[in-house]
Design a protein around this ligand. Structure first.
Ligand code: FUB
Length: 330
C-alpha cells in the first residue's frame, strides 16, 4: 500500500506515470527504467527502456498491481530503441497505448498499440503514427469525444532538430542547434487532433502557444517557465490546463486556456524540484479528488535514470489555481 509521496512500485524502476481511471479502476502507464552505463550528458541516452508494464490500483490507498509486460520493443517493427514516456486512452471499447521510440534512423517518433483491456497486452501498429515526431505523447479526450495528441521534448527529445519543419540532425549553432536564445520565443510543444480511429492524426502537428501575463510568448531565457517536455492536459470547470516540465530548472508548471489548442497563459508551478534530474507527471480526478502522479529517484538514491513513481493529492481552487506542492524528498 502506498501513501502519498512514497514509491508506488518497488519491484522495478518506473517513471513518467500517465494515470487514468478506466472502468472505475486506476491504471498507470509508466516508463520502465532499466538504465545503462552512459553518462548523463544531456542527450538522454542514459534513459534506457525496452518495454512497458501497466499497473492497476483499486483505489489510491490500495497496492499497485503489476499487470505484466504490456508491450516490448522487439514486437514493434519500426522501433530501434528507447521506449520513453507513454500514455493511454480509450474509445469505442478499445484501449490505445501511445509511446515514443527511436525509429531505425534514430529519430524519435510516436507509436500506438491497441488492446481490448486497459491492462494490455497491446498490439503495435506496423509503423509509427504518420506525421509524428519528438517524444512524450499525452492524449486528452474531451467531453465531446474528440481526442488530441500532445508531444514535445527539448534536448534528447529532439525538438531543436525540427525547427525548420523537417528533421535536421545537426542544425549547427547559427541555425539554433541549442534552440532559440535569450529574448527569442522558446520552442513550443505540438498537438493535433486524432482521427476517430485513434491511430492516425486528423491534421499535421501544430505548435501550442504558452504566453506570459502580457500575452507574449514565453522567452527562451525564461527557463523557470518555458516548456521543456512532459505535456499533460486536464479540464477543470470548462477550462483547459496544459501542464509540463521545465526540464533543466526541474519544475512542473501549468498554463490555462479556453480550447484544447490554447493559446495557454502561464499560471504557476505545480511541483517544486524532486530528488533526481527529471520529473514527469499526470493529473487525474479519482473519486472527486484531483491527484498528481509524478516520479523522483528516491529508490536509487538519486540516480537520474532509475526512477520511481509516486502520487499526491492536488488542491485545485474553483478558479483552477493549483496549490504548489513541495515534495518531502528532495
Ligand atoms: O523517461 C525518459 C524521458 O525522461 C521522458 O520521456 C521525459 O519526459 C523524462 O522524464
Amino acid at each position: 500500500m502506498a501513501k502519498p509521496h512514497t514509491p508506488l512500485v518497488t519491484g522495478i524502476y518506473t517513471a513518467d506515470p500517465s494515470a487514468h481511471v478506466f472502468d472505475g479502476k486506476i491504471y498507470i502507464y509508466p516508463s520502465h527504467d532499466l538504465g545503462n552505463d552512459k553518462e548523463d550528458d544531456g542527450s538522454g541516452d542514459h534513459f534506457w527502456m525496452e518495454d512497458y508494464h501497466v499497473f492497476s490500483l483499486e483505489s489510491l490507498d490500495a497496492e499497485a498491481v503489476d499487470e505484466g509486460e504490456a508491450l516490448h520493443i522487439k514486437d514493434v517493427p519500426w522501433a530501434s530503441e528507447q521506449m520513453w514516456a507513454p500514455d493511454a486512452a480509450t474509445k469505442n471499447g478499445k484501449y490505445y497505448l501511445y509511446f515514443p521510440a527511436k525509429d531505425k534512423d534514430g529519430i524519435f517518433r510516436i507509436g500506438v498499440a491497441v488492446g481490448d483491456s486497459p491492462a494490455g497486452p497491446f498490439t503495435p501498429e506496423t509503423d509509427y503514427i504518420a506525421g509524428s515526431f519528438t517524444i512524450d505523447p499525452a492524449v486528452f479526450v474531451d467531453d465531446d469525444g474528440k481526442a488530441y495528441l500532445y508531444v514535445g521534448g527539448l534536448w534528447g527529445g529532439q525538438l531543436e532538430k525540427w525547427q525548420t519543419g523537417e528533421f535536421v540532425p545537426n542544425p549547427g549553432a547559427s541555425a539554433g542547434e541549442d534552440g532559440p536564445q535569450g529574448d527569442q520565443p522558446a520552442l513550443l510543444p505540438f498537438a493535433a487532433e486524432l482521427n476517430d480511429d485513434m491511430i492516425s492524426l486528423a491534421e499535421p502537428l501544430r505548435t501550442i502557444e504558452i504566453r506570459d501575463e502580457n500575452g507574449e510568448l514565453l522567452k527562451a531565457a525564461d527557463t523557470d517557465r518555458r516548456f521543456f517536455e512532459g505535456s499533460w492536459v486536464h479540464k477543470f470547470n470548462g477550462k483547459y490546463y496544459f501542464s509540463y516540465s521545465t526540464g533543466d530548472t526541474h519544475y512542473l508548471a501549468y498554463a490555462e486556456g479556453e480550447t484544447p489548442f490554447g493559446p495557454f497563459t502561464y499560471k504557476g508551478r505545480i511541483l517544486e524540484p524532486v530528488l533526481g534530474w527529471t520529473t514527469h507527471h499526470s493529473i487525474v480526478e479519482v473519486d472527486g479528488q484531483w491527484v498528481l502522479f509524478y516520479h523522483d529517484a528516491e529508490l536509487s538514491g538519486g540516480k537520474t535514470q532509475l526512477r520511481n513513481i509516486k502520487y499526491t493529492p492536488l488542491e485545485i481552487a474553483p478558479d483552477g489555481t493549483i496549490t504548489t506542492i513541495t515534495p518531502p524528498v528532495r
